[in-house]
Design a protein around this ligand. Structure first.
Ligand SMILES: O=P(O)(O)OC[C@H]1O[C@H](OP(=O)(O)OP(=O)(O)O)[C@H](O)[C@@H]1O
Ligand code: HPA
Length: 177
């Protein structure tokens, strides 16, 4: 059992399992975008480890840029998207790949897709390490998913509970008291 602030967690996905999925997703991205010079958009903060691990495995010509969007307080989405760092690079005519740590309710991604579509990219694809199918409130196509998980709060590998827990190399799931 691991304590993060006032909550208890246990291991759900090991570091080795994460790295195996990162390798698989990177292989698919290398193949799919080989001649497309894609731009990867990492969504901070939660995705910073996923972005770094994926990016190291890319062997194709590509760029990376970052957006920072925040909406969670405690273990719930507030539904209010705070865009703390916005798009600072032209994406018109570019193949964009969003890198997310988790798609939970889908609200962040929905907000992001609408924001990006205005700039007329050639395509938008989504790669996420985690997905909670039962929690989705907005239907969005996900192109690359590391793991589908149950509808329970998780931390680790970049994901946080009120800022803490990001530094676990495995994904931890909340356990009830
Ligand atoms: O599908 P949703 O319900 O919208 O949840 C997914 C979003 O929530 C988290 O961000 P958060 O607001 O916690 O900000 P952080 O990444 O800076 O911790 C996560 O990094 C995703 O961006
Ligand atoms: O389960 C979660 N854990 C941490 N951050 C999150 N953001 C959306 N869902 C989650």
């Amino acid at each position: 059992m691991v304590e993060v602030l006032d909550l208890k967690f246990k291991e759900l996905i090991t570091s080795e399992e994460i790295q195996a999925r990162v390798d698989d997703i990177s292989d698919k991205l290398n193949e799919r975008f080989a001649d497309k010079k894609p731009i990867f958009l990492g969504i901070l903060n939660g995705s910073f480890l996923f972005i770094a691990d994926i990016f190291k495995k890319l062997s194709i010509p590509c760029e990376v840029s970052f957006l920072k969007i925040h909406s969670y307080q405690n273990t719930e989405s507030t539904g209010k998207m705070k865009e703390l760092i916005g798009l600072n690079q032209p994406i018109e005519g570019r193949h964009v790949v969003i890198l997310e740590d988790i798609v939970d309710t889908g609200r962040t991604l929905d907000f992001l897709m609408k924001t990006l579509e205005i700039h007329n990219p050639a395509s938008i694809s989504v790669a996420t390490l985690l997905h909670k199918p039962e929690a989705m409130q907005v239907p969005i196509k996900l192109d690359y998913v590391g793991f589908e998980i149950q509808n329970q709060f998780v931390v680790g590998y970049g994901l946080d509970y009120n800022g803490y827990g990001r530094n676990s190399s495995s994904i931890l799931i909340k356990v009830d008291d």
